[in-house]
Design a protein around this ligand. Structure first.
Ligand SMILES: *[C@@H]1O[C@H](CO)[C@@H](O)[C@H](O)[C@H]1NC(C)=O
Ligand SMILES: *[C@@H]1O[C@H](CO)[C@@H](O)[C@H](O)[C@H]1NC(C)=O
Ligand SMILES: *[C@@H]1O[C@H](CO)[C@@H](O)[C@H](O)[C@H]1NC(C)=O
Ligand SMILES: *[C@@H]1O[C@H](CO)[C@@H](O)[C@H](O)[C@H]1NC(C)=O
Length: 557
């Protein structure tokens, strides 16, 4: 079925929407493990994922098929008005958006969706260096700044239901990344509170074996302060669940997870659903999800996905967009979801007044299948890291604005060279299993690199050639005579400090020599650079051999 709306029809529709919705979209808040609107009516997420897929470069380094680019769907007014009637036809009240660009304008889309009664769940991460790297994690100023810029950009809209601090960061092989995710929740939550925002803090988990999925869920919503505090707890746990395939039923598809989350303390929903392995998708899970078998445990879900999306499991999506971007063609999949969503009646119970406030249990201990420490990384400290950066003797001066890969490579080389001269990179790294974090672990990757370069330069009697790094390093003539290590001691006086992050300046801070900017990154969830600052990996003899050769060249440069 192809439908296309003329500009004037669209204008009339939008005007009508605005005119009839004089009443603002109600604020949604959490009481205990449920969501309620301002009138005390229970709120369920009846949603759809709404983002065109970015470019996915298939490679061994990208086992999850993660995209390396993104298209911000909330910054495309024409596309939003093109799609809004279809979202309304589906009857959704929420869209989930995976990556947005905080420097773009989102007024038209956000206001149109708000007027249509549609909330947004916005993921704060971006592809590549804009997310917590599950292979080489850090919770650092560059990612925190990105999160804060996005929150600041969206704070003026009344229809942001939640911000997700991560999507599928923790997997079975990387449960020790969980402390970084929880630290992100803690600091994002504190920032939202400081801005008087009622937006919820969420995380979207990949489904997996219960021996780590459940500890992770409990870990993300637990209390670390010993005083039943929500300060380190997420508000909204999302499970990306594709277990209802074909003509299934509650008992065989959802009873297990529903039982597993029966006593969960915060809101849980399916942050993605819609299995494609037994087509056609009937979307009959919607009846179970919003029905009485599940409504006391789950608060709805997000059907995946409006736009076409290719994955290892197959092709998702329920519309196609014409090549001139003007026309939407819906599929039978769309029609079936519309039918099933149309049958949903929200069960308005339990009543808000009968629901107890959430409690925040103590955190689960680590186990052999869930390795996360209960000691979280500190709050990334921009001022401390910038202080250090200006005091370093040898600094990274990128020759290109596209320096992410270079930083990764140089960290690899630098840490290897440092290792050979008796130093180590433990101060820039961290370990979520032992809960030990280097004092620079929260700094921008470019500052970490400058620190490594400075230490190597100082270990080589400040021979200018040892600051070259093939033309990537520059001696800082304004640096104090002391060592990089003593600069770290004075600038990062309290390395484990946890505090409320403040708004970040919008202009990037440049080093005195026009060098390293303070926003940069090395880790990606996908790139070869990912494992480069993992000091354990650097000790691997195979890798060491390769690096030694490189190192020899570079020392001679
Ligand atoms: C955001 O948009 C601006 C302007 O188009 C662009 O220069 C920038 O690269 C984008 N940022 C990201 C992270 O895509
Ligand atoms: C990612 O790297 C690019 C340069 O390659 C930089 O402009 C951007 O700020 C970085 N983002 C983060 C969050 O580090
Ligand atoms: C940035 O560098 C990477 C790796 O060298 C490359 O794959 C990518 O295309 C570059 N991006 C831009 C925008 O130049
Ligand atoms: C900087 O390091 C990169 C990464 O190894 C290398 O390719 C490049 O030639 C070096 N020099 C400059 C000026 O970029």
């Amino acid at each position: 079925m192809t439908k296309s709306l003329g500009a004037s029809a669209l204008f009339t529709l939008l005007t009508a929407l605005v005119a009839t919705s004089v009443q603002a979209i109600p604020r949604i808040t959490r009481t205990g493990r449920y969501l309620y609107d301002e009138s005390g009516t229970r709120f369920y997420i009846k949603g759809i994922a709404y983002q065109e897929q970015g470019a996915v470069v298939a490679s061994d380094d990208n086992p999850f098929g993660e995209p390396s680019t993104f298209i911000d769907p909330l910054a495309l007014p024409d596309a939003c008005s093109r799609d809004l009637p279809f979202l309304q036809e589906l009857g959704v009240n929420t869209i989930r958006v995976y990556s947005v660009n905080s420097s773009l304008n989102h007024d038209a889309c956000m206001n149109a969706f708000s007027a249509a009664g549609i909330y947004t769940i916005i993921d704060l991460a971006l592809p590549l260096n804009g997310s917590i790297d599950r292979l080489s994690p850090s919770w650092s100023t560059n990612i925190l700044d990105q999160y804060i810029h996005t929150i600041d950009t969206f704070s003026k809209y009344d229809n942001v239901l939640a911000y997700n601090i991560g999507n599928e960061v923790v997997v079975q092989e990387s449960t020790q990344v969980a402390p970084y995710v929880k630290a992100a929740a803690r600091d994002t939550k504190a920032y939202l509170k400081s801005q008087d925002s009622s937006a919820l803090v969420g995380y979207a988990a990949i489904n997996g074996a219960s021996n780590w999925r459940e500890p992770l869920a409990n870990y993300l919503s637990c209390d670390l302060t010993g005083s039943n505090s929500d300060a380190t707890a997420i508000d909204l746990y999302g499970l990306n669940d594709y277990s209802w395939c074909g003509d299934s039923n509650f008992q065989s598809s959802y009873a297990g997870i529903t039982n597993a989350f029966a006593n969960y303390n915060v809101v849980a929903y399916l942050s993605e659903f819609g299995c494609i392995s037994s087509p056609p998708r009937l979307w009959t899970e919607s009846g179970a999800l919003f029905g009485s078998d599940m409504n006391t445990v789950w608060s709805g879900g997000i059907a995946f996905s409006y736009f076409p999306a290719q994955s290892a499991a197959g092709q998702f999506g329920m519309v196609t967009i014409s090549s001139d971007s003007r026309t939407v063609t819906t599929s039978d999949d769309f029609d079936r979801l519309r039918t099933q969503y149309g049958l949903v009646t929200f069960i308005n119970s339990p009543s808000q007044s009968s629901v107890a406030a959430a409690t925040y249990p103590t955190c689960p201990a680590s186990t052999s299948t869930f390795l996360a420490s209960s000691t979280l990384p500190p709050t990334p400290n921009e001022a401390a890291c910038n202080c250090l950066e200006s005091s370093l003797s040898c600094r990274f001066t990128p020759a290109t604005s596209n320096y992410t890969t270079v930083v990764g490579e140089l960290l690899n080389v630098g840490c290897s060279l440092l290792g050979q001269s008796g130093g180590s990179c433990t101060e820039i790294g961290g370990n979520g299993q032992t809960g030990v974090y280097g004092r620079l672990s929260g700094c921008d990757p470019t500052i970490k690199l400058s620190y490594v370069m400075s230490q190597f330069y100082e270990a080589n009697d400040r021979n200018p050639q040892s600051c070259s790094f093939a033309g990537n390093g520059t001696v800082n003539p304004l640096a104090p005579t002391g060592s990089a290590s003593s600069a770290a001691s004075s600038c990062i006086a309290n390395p484990s400090a946890v505090f409320t992050p403040s708004a970040v300046p919008t202009t990037a801070n440049s080093g005195a020599t026009g060098g390293a900017t303070t926003t940069g990154g090395s880790g990606t969830n996908t790139g070869a650079a990912a494992s480069l600052i993992d000091t354990n990996a650097l000790l691997g003899t195979g890798l060491m051999g390769i690096i030694s050769v490189l190192g020899a060249i570079w020392t001679l440069a």
